[in-house]
Design a protein around this ligand. Sequence first.
Ligand SMILES: [Fe+2]
Length: 187
Amino acid sequence: MFDLDRFIADLRATLSERSRQPMREVVARAISDPAALIRGIGAPDKAGVQVLYKSPELTVLNLLWAPRQITLPHDHRMSAVIGMYEGREDNMFWRRVPGASKFQIEAAGGQALGTGDVAILGPDIVHSVVNPLGKISAAIHVYDGNFLEIERSMWNAETLVEEPLDIKAVVQGMSVQERDHRKSATA
Ligand SMILES: [Fe+2]
């Protein structure tokens, strides 16, 4: 049985830790039983960003990637824990190029995530994400700050020039939905 209020409380309890490993373990536990998680937060049947919780210290999103969706490269400026509970997510990591004559960022590696995988992304990470599947992929994304409201950057797809983040441009076609987690927890 997945209890969203309990999940949020368990995540909050890890915020004072220096490491994000305890937060990772809470997310790993939540996605270890996708069927129970889906009973708690709803089935991933429509692409979008569902805000499960937000506060100045913690943001919890249910990311439902549309089939073949891609994001622009973007930063977070806080740590993130990503737990996949359905489908796949390919992460491409980028690094800044000091004094760049052409592109301001360059590819620096990647990580394929599948159902059951949990990744910690450090606060300096710049990444872009692909859902390589022809169906929705779903992941819980946890950030240790006010993720939806701080100033962040994205990088233009054609020029790779850093620009102020526009969430609609980063995740094209996805709406960000506030969600009353008390209702969804009992739905
Ligand atoms: Fe991201």
